[in-house]
Design a protein around this ligand. Structure first.
Ligand code: SAM
Length: 219
């Protein structure tokens, strides 16, 4: 097999993308200092986000799962002057770190952070829509509900991106004993099944290591 299964090719592509981006480096420094877990998207997935946001000319974006703002930078920097990113984070320490990061890199004016369970807070921005893009990267068991919200609040032609849809290589496993993993896999399977089987969506999965789903709202 070629490409994604060849570590040399992965290293090669990552080296193309890793252009010593000062803002992303600063974000990681702040996150490290605050002892935030290193579970942000990879540099290559960050670039996927940036390029997709730019290519659809997105102005209003939503992110579910802010962590310390790494992917938020990738999205927000791709927005026009009057563009906005609404980002939702459960953990206040993560959200506070993201706030510091967005200030440090000069993006705080276009980013609004909502702290708490996203399912409780998303309705606060319903009147700001319709949105151009929703990036889902939080608790996997809630992906189906996040998708429902996106379906109601995206414009036609708007895009859902969702990370980790390969469930850390477990998406095709039959027997999963760990109940937390099983809940995540069930959520991701339901999400994947909906975006591929509903006529509302036209979808693909970018076969990054994590699996980055991309679904366009058709009507
Ligand atoms: N998108 C981030 C990035 O690439 O920089 C990484 C997000 S990290 C994988 C997942 C984040 O989702 C964590 O910060 C976690 O606290 C947050 N999270 C988990 N459950 C959540 C929920 N119910 N509502 C909002 N955020 C949640």
């Amino acid at each position: 097999k070629y490409g994604q299964n060849n570590p040399k090719i992965i290293d090669y592509v990552e080296s193309l993308v890793n252009d010593n981006d000062p803002h992303l480096a600063q974000a990681q420094q702040i996150a490290q200092h605050r002892q935030i877990p290193k579970i942000q998207v990879s540099p290559l997935d960050g670039r996927h986000l940036e390029v997709i946001v730019r290519s659809i000319g997105a102005k209003k974006c939503v992110e579910i799962g802010t962590l310390a703002g790494y992917s938020g930078i990738c999205i927000a920097r791709a927005l026009p002057e009057d563009g906005v990113l609404y980002t939702f984070e459960y953990e206040s320490t993560h959200a506070e770190t993201a706030e510091e990061v967005f200030q440090a890199v000069g993006l705080s004016e276009k980013i609004y952070i909502f702290i708490g369970p996203a399912l409780n807070n998303l309705s606060q921005i319903n009147d700001k829509g319709p949105f151009d893009l929703v990036f889902i990267d939080a608790d996997k068991e809630s992906y189906p509900q996040y998708l429902q919200w996106a379906e109601q609040n995206l414009r036609i032609g708007g895009v859902v991106l969702a990370d980790n849809v390969f469930a850390w290589d477990h998406i095709a496993d039959q027997d999963i004993d760990n109940p937390n993993l099983r809940a995540s896999v069930d959520g991701l399977r339901q999400f994947n099944s909906t975006i591929f089987n509903s006529k509302r969506w036209r979808s693909t999965i970018l076969p990054t290591g994590e699996g980055l789903a991309m679904a366009v709202k058709m009507y």
